[in-house]
Every structure is written in C-alpha cells, then in structure tokens.
Design a protein around this ligand. Structure first.
Ligand code: HEM
Length: 539
C-alpha cells in the first residue's frame, strides 16, 4: 500500500482536497465505513457540533471489525503514539444520545469529570491523558471535585460578569469589530479577517497583550488547536499536523502564559484589571480551588470556549445576508434596532438581549453538553463512552414552547430568570427541597459582588445588589444547563449585542460572495466553512 508523507510545512488553512492526499479515499472508507466517510470529506457542519466531541454518528459502521489491523493502515510517518492515543481512541469512542431535559439541569450521574473525547487529551496534556498536576479546567471537572458549592465555577465566572464587560472588556471587543468591519475589508470574504485578528482579542482579554506582543508560536498553537477542533477527524493529515504542532508548542505556550500572568499580578501590563486573569488570581487567592497553574491552564483551554464565537458570527451573517438570509431574523433585527433596544422596562432582558438569545437558540453553535458515563460492568475496557444532551432539540422541544420553530425573541418575556428560581419555585415544581441550596461567594477583587446560584445550580452574579441572571429554562439550551452551564454566556451575549449595534449603526449589509473556490476555514468545533460572506455599507 502506498504511504503518503505528511507535509508539515503545508499551510494550515488548506482546502479539503489537499488533506485527501494523506489518506486515499478507498482506505478511509475501509477504515470508517461508508456512513462515516461522508463526514470525513470535510463537510462537517455545526449540526453535530459540541465542545470538541466527534460528530454524532461517527464510527457507526465497520469500525468494530478488524480493529487489530487498523494500526497497519496508517502512514508510517504518523507518530505511533498519535495513532495509539488519538486515532485509536477516536475510533473507540462511542457517543450516546441523552434525554432532552425537562428542567435546566443534568444529573451528576452524567458527569463532567474528564468529559472530553479521549482522543483529545493529547492536546491538553503531555502524557495523552488527564494529569491534574499540570493544571485543571473547570470544564473537565465533576461537581464533587470543584470545592464547596461549585467554588471553582464561582471563581471562574467572577471574571466574566456583565459589569466587567461594560467597564473593562467592551472597548477591546469594539476595537476588534472596528478592525474586522474596516472599509478595506468590504466586499471580501470576512472570516479570514476574523481569524487573522481573533488571537489579538483572545490574548488581550486574557492577559492584556496583542499585536507584536503575541509571538508567532503563540498564534500558531492557537490556530492549530482550532484547526484540530474544526476538522476533528484524526485520520486527516491536516489534523495530524496540527495536533502534533499543538503538542510541540504547548510547553512554550504555558511558559509564555505564566510570564504574562506574572505581568498581570505585578502590574507590568497596561490596565491589568482589564483582563480575565486579574479576577481569577484575585478571587482564586492562590487556593486549591483555582491554583495559579489552573489560571494558565484555563487560559489556553479557552481556545475551545472562545472558538465558538467564530461559528456564531458566521451563522449570524448568514441569517442577515441580504438576499438569502432569514426574512424573520432580518425583520426582528430591524424592529428591535428601531425600538428602545437597551431598555428592559423592568424585565430581566432587554429587547436586544432577547434578540441575541433567540439567535443563539436557533443557531445553537454548541450542539450538546457532553458527559462522561459511569461504566457498570466492564466488558470492553478500551471503549470510551460519552452522553450528549442535545441543545437544539431541547431548545425546539414543543413541551417548552408553543411556537418552538418560530424566530420570536418575545418568548423570553415569560420564562424564569435564574434569580427567580429559588426554594419556592423548586417546591412548586414538586421538589421536596432545592436541588441546589443557595450559596454565596463574595469576590475579593474590590467589587461589592457575590457569585450566587439558582435552585437549579446555575451560577450568576449579584453586583452592587443587582442580579445578573440568565434564562433558567430547559427550552433555552445553547449554553447548557445548571451547575455546569456556560460561565461565558452573558459576556458572549454582550459581545454579539455590540456586534449587532455596530452592524445597525453603520448600515452594514452582509452579502454572499460569488467565489469559484472559497477558502475552507475552521471557525469553531466541528465546523469548517466556505469563506464566502462579505459586507458592504449602505449609503
Ligand atoms: C458562542 C459562545 C459559547 C457557547 C455557545 C458556549 C457554550 C457552552 C456550553 C453549552 C457549555 C456547557 C457544556 C457542558 O455542560 O457540557 C459551556 C460550558 C463552559 N463554557 Fe461556554 N460557550 C461559549 C463561550 C464561552 C466563553 C466566551 C467562555 C469563557 C470566556 C466559556 C467558558 C466555558 C466554561 C469554563 C464552561 C464549563 C462550565 C462548567 O462546567 O461549569 N464559554 N459553554
């Protein structure tokens, strides 16, 4: 069988046909079965997206047979450790559909502990498996390990509250959108510019540096990380190359982040209080629930979290697109922006927040919450099983909404916000006691702020006596559920509010570009798109 040598100098953003060079089609079909082969052609869409999990349906046909021979089928140039720990782990991974939740909670039996598809551990740790000594992320921790009352989560979210967004981070985000929607970029495929500038924003938010202060290796590892997540299939040459680049560059990256964290701690960076790290350090207090090495780890693990902005922005542009966009979304955008869009009138969410929430509900850039499963009986110890609690299905469940398939931001007027979900509500639902007792974590960063929780375990801030709740309802699923719900939700919603405000204020119109060969770009987990949307400013 002909072996193909991986060309490590090949640029990351190649198109699908380039990576086909590395494994010929017949061999890939043999390996993965006919059903899975379609997914491997690069047509991976957000429909199957979730935080780094393989696309649903992957590994269905044919994989169980002939497993012992798989090793012989890979290019000899592939690192054997990669084949064993990434490729073989991938084909031994099974995903199982979990229920659509009735309440916005996932029981702890479906655990967050090490809930990462096994083949991805090599991206995070040297030894291809979890090693808490090297650093931890709350994202991969069971509730029981997070300290009292989900402490690690409370510390994490203390850096991302809406008050901080407006006073500390919004100007960085605005700079990013100014660069993205600069007149020089008009009429050109936009996601390239998005990705070109994205790591400036990423590192500016985390440690307060951008531009030349971000070394090329640091940009490269971020790009490689996103490429692996986007293409996701370890058999592809583009994934192999980038996976190995992540492994080669991770130690220098961590050293670089450690130094930047020290710059923040010692005030050697401009406006240290305008970084996430500042609040993690202050509120972690060097304790075991958020050690300094965890600050470093969380910063680079956020490659996963923030990468979802790319997928989201692309899909929002598609929905607003001048001729092929969604007429209902466009009508609601106009109606919202012509009104008093920032005025909540006593409701938990403003009209613009409701619009963004509805965009997230229908786009659902994160396809499902992923949980590790407890194994009862051990027949095949080498198999890895994960349950996926589906987001789009939950968000469009007719048991939660009268009009689940309509685009209607008004739906959030009548649903509970997390500060309204306390003991009384729990009892009214039928619980004997609150599933999650209320607890408070007062921050130590100088603000008058508590990180508290709803009866469903959802953590949210109360700053200067004002609650910052989220829509705590099982029919609003894009950011997950309960104690493990996304701490970046309100910050993300604010980012997209600012994006839409700019689009409206500057009369920006998105247009599909008629390009014969648009670049294929990884813009989020399991999402590789054609870079074919541009913009113009209406006069
Ligand atoms: C488009 C943007 C985003 C989407 C759609 C999203 C979605 C989600 C979802 C669905 C979960 C729950 C996963 C699960 O339970 O298995 C989650 C968790 C998480 N997200 Fe996000 N996220 C986004 C942005 C962010 C940002 C900007 C940050 C940080 C700055 C962030 C940090 C996290 C963390 C740390 C967790 C783990 C929480 C826990 O386990 O307690 N995310 N996210």
């Amino acid at each position: 069988m002909k072996r193909v040598v991986a060309d490590v100098e090949k640029p990351v953003r190649s198109n699908a046909s380039a990576e086909d060079r590395l494994l010929d089609v017949s061999r890939r079909n043999l390996l993965m079965g006919v059903g899975a082969a379609a997914i491997m052609s690069g047509q991976v869409t957000s429909a199957a997206a979730q935080m780094g999990a393989p696309p649903a349906g992957y590994g269905a046909a044919g994989i169980g047979q002939g497993m012992g021979h798989l090793n012989e089928m890979f290019p000899t140039t592939y690192d054997p450790a990669y084949i064993q720990n990434a490729v073989m782990a991938f084909v031994r991974t099974n995903l199982y559909a979990a229920q659509r939740p009735f309440l916005p909670m996932i029981d702890e039996t479906l655990s967050k502990e090490n809930a990462l598809p096994f083949d991805l551990w090599g991206m995070l740790y040297d030894d291809w498996g979890p090693n808490p000594e090297e650093g931890l992320t709350v994202f991969l921790q069971g509730l029981e390990k997070r300290g009292p009352d989900n402490r690690r989560k409370r510390i994490y979210i203390s850096a991302l509250t809406p008050d901080l967004y407006r006073s500390m981070y919004a100007e960085k985000v605005a700079r990013f959108f100014d660069r993205l929607l600069d007149e020089n970029n008009a009429g050109k495929p936009l996601m390239k510019y998005y990705l070109d500038n994205y790591f400036d924003l990423f590192w500016d938010l985390h440690v307060g540096v951008q531009g030349e202060a971000v070394p090329s290796e640091v940009r490269q590892i971020g790009e490689s990380f996103n490429t692996v997540l986007g293409y996701r299939d370890p058999l592809l040459g583009i994934v192999y190359e980038n996976y190995m680049k992540v492994r080669a560059l991770r130690t220098p990256l961590k050293k670089w982040i450690e130094e930047r964290v020290q710059d923040v701690v010692h005030g050697r960076v401009k406006d240290p209080e305008k970084t996430f790290v500042y609040y993690w350090i202050k509120n972690g207090g060097g304790g075991s629930d958020f050690r300094n090495r965890d600050v470093v780890f969380e910063s680079f693990h956020n490659f996963v979290a923030l990468s979802q902005w790319g997928n989201t922005i692309y899909n929002i542009m598609l929905k607003l697109e001048k001729t092929t966009g969604d007429p209902d979304v466009k009508a609601w955008f106009k109606r919202t922006m012509e009104g008093d869009y920032d005025n909540a009138r006593g409701a938990p969410f403003t009209p613009l927040q409701r619009l963004v929430m509805e965009l997230f509900r229908v786009i659902s850039p994160n396809g499902g919450s992923i949980s590790s499963l407890q194994q009862l009986g051990m027949r095949e110890p080498e198999r890895h099983g994960y349950a996926i609690t589906p987001h789009l299905a939950a968000s469009t469940d007719p048991r939660h909404w009268e009009n689940p398939l309509e685009f209607d931001p008004r739906r959030y007027k009548g649903v509970p916000a997390s500060d309204e979900v306390g003991e009384e509500k729990a009892k009214a639902i039928g619980f004997a006691k609150c599933p999650f007792e209320k607890a408070s974590f007062p921050v130590k960063d100088g603000r008058k702020a508590d990180m508290t929780n709803s009866a469903f375990g959802t953590v949210f801030g109360v700053v200067d006596g004002k609650a910052q709740p989220v829509c705590d309802y099982a029919g609003f699923a894009p950011f997950g559920f309960g104690y493990r719900r996304c701490p970046g939700e309100l910050l993300t919603i604010a980012v997209f509010e600012d994006f839409l405000k700019k689009v409206w204020a500057e009369k920006i119109e998105f247009q599909k570009l008629d390009l014969p060969n648009p670049a294929r770009l990884p813009v989020g987990p399991t999402t590789v798109i054609d870079d074919n949307i541009g913009f113009v400013r209406r006069t």
